[in-house]
Design a protein around this ligand. Structure first.
Ligand SMILES: [Zn+2]
Length: 279
């Protein structure tokens, strides 16, 4: 962690606590911690062959995947989890087909437009957590050039296939080595879940009414794979993936938490989308 990043991090972690303390002083019934979670539509992926994610199973069967981002309100602060496919994709109604994977990537609504609808400007956001650095999760990171990224060091230091860095070196970042309590009150906790990539991470959000939710990034891609503990062939490390899935299962049991699988389209279709929100 650089000195600048640490300072930024301190501000983020401690100012909200002070604000909350003041709120408690004014009103003993004021709610603490996180109070809203928005699910944002951050793209859509059509895969020609499910077995890309489930080796040997459903070979040649197409699959539709959702691609969500999540916006969290904590007192006066906003925290964004993942940024989805690049907003520029929305200008191409037919989407873009990835020549290597055959995946068709589309976006019908930009992240920028959804934030605007909620009334949040890019610089209002105090931090962005990145589950991992695949393009369907980091597509809009540079729309927030001043916002601190929360990324595992193992992910940050992992070069692209062509040797280039995954983030612009000037982008403010807090490099994590393990779990991290974002606001210092346990309401939003980054959970280290490596395997899909070297520094993949998930997010535990403890909502006052909905209860605890785990946003699992790409620790698993859809429910059938979760139920059967299947590991995609493209994953960085199979054993680490299985350990991380078990870790998530343990957290779900302990917290009585819901598992929100980013790319599970049927689950996503059933969820409220911004500007509606979960409390
Ligand atoms: Zn993904």
């Amino acid at each position: 962690m650089t000195e600048d990043a640490r300072e930024e991090n301190m501000k983020f972690a401690y100012v909200p606590a002070a604000v909350l303390a003041a709120a408690f002083a004014a009103s003993p019934v004021a709610a603490a911690g996180v109070d809203r979670l928005y699910v944002l539509d951050c793209g859509h992926i059509t895969g020609p062959d499910q077995s890309r994610w489930s080796p040997g199973v459903n070979v040649g069967v197409p699959i539709e995947l959702s691609d969500n981002c999540y916006l969290i309100r904590h007192g006066q602060d906003w925290f964004l989890w993942d940024t989805g496919l690049a907003d520029a994709l929305a200008a191409k109604p037919d989407g873009v087909k990835d020549p290597t994977s055959g995946l068709l990537l589309t976006r019908t609504n930009t992240l920028a437009a959804q934030l605007e609808q909620i009334g949040v400007k890019p610089d209002d956001i105090k931090g962005i957590g990145i589950s991992h650095t695949h393009p369907d999760h980091i597509g809009n990171v540079e729309e927030f050039p001043h916002v601190t990224l929360y990324v595992q060091k193992a992910e940050y230091d992992w070069p692209n296939a062509n040797g280039t860095p995954r983030f612009k070196p000037e982008h403010p970042v807090t490099k994590l080595e393990g779990d991290y309590d974002v606001f210092g009150d346990g309401s939003v906790v980054i959970i280290s879940t490596p395997g899909h990539t070297p520094g993949h991470q998930s997010l535990l959000v403890r909502l006052p009414q909905t209860g605890a939710v785990v946003l699992s990034g790409d620790a698993v891609h859809f429910k059938d794979n979760w139920d059967n503990r299947r590991v995609p062939g493209i994953n960085f490390n199979k054993d680490e993936t299985l350990v991380s899935m078990q870790r998530i299962a343990d957290i779900l049991a302990k917290e009585r938490a819901q598992l929100w699988i980013n790319h599970d389209a049927p689950q996503s279709d059933a969820q409220k989308k911004a500007p509606e929100f979960y409390e």
